[in-house]
Write a protein that binds this ligand. Sequence first.
Ligand SMILES: [Fe+2]
Length: 239
Amino acid sequence: MLYRDSVSKAQKLYYDMILESGFPIKGLKPEDLEVVDFGLSQGELDYFKRVGLGIYVLVNEAECGKILCFLPNQYMPEHRHQSVVVMPKGSKIMKGYIDLKKLVKDFKGLKEFGEEAVYMVPEKENTPIPKKGILIPGKQEYFHTIKGTGSMFVPGKPTDKPTYPIPEEHCPHTTALHEVFLEPGVGFHLAANTPHSVVAGPEGLIVIEFSLKSRDPLDIFTNPKIDRITHIKERSKMT
Ligand SMILES: [Fe+2]
């Protein structure tokens, strides 16, 4: 949860970073930036500055383009974008599938299908899609760094001494420990359903991300306490 004034302060920080990077977005305003605290903040910006993310959505149709902004040393927790099968209301979770509600905290459904539809995640690749099911394919992502540096962690041989290590308190919720170094002008492709996390370097990090359509509520975080939706609260007035 973040207080509304904390969100405004964070938006201004990300806005200044984008301006400074020189990446052109005509008419950009601080309030256009999405601020993500992963449900871990206590209202103020102190924890958010260590764990959080700023997003500007360029397009989100069948194709998606986003600018991802990280403050200096800011961490984005490990998550993956797995395929989901949407079934009509009242359907039972089928064999070979897991109820998405068991994997995503406070999952409230997607606007396009509603909260009462049934959302199932296949346990294995190539699980047959039931007749009445609608497949939402797992999101592939391509990251191209514009400014700053960072460490992205993906499956593979764990890196002994990563450039920017994962904050210790998040290590128990991290499975992918192979470092990919992010630097300007270099891109990296992530297959769907690949766990990934990012730690920004000391100057912060700006990445342009291309992917299939983004449906944030479907993101599966390794830490079950994480809530992808940022809750914004008014400060109670002192009398
Ligand atoms: Fe992602």
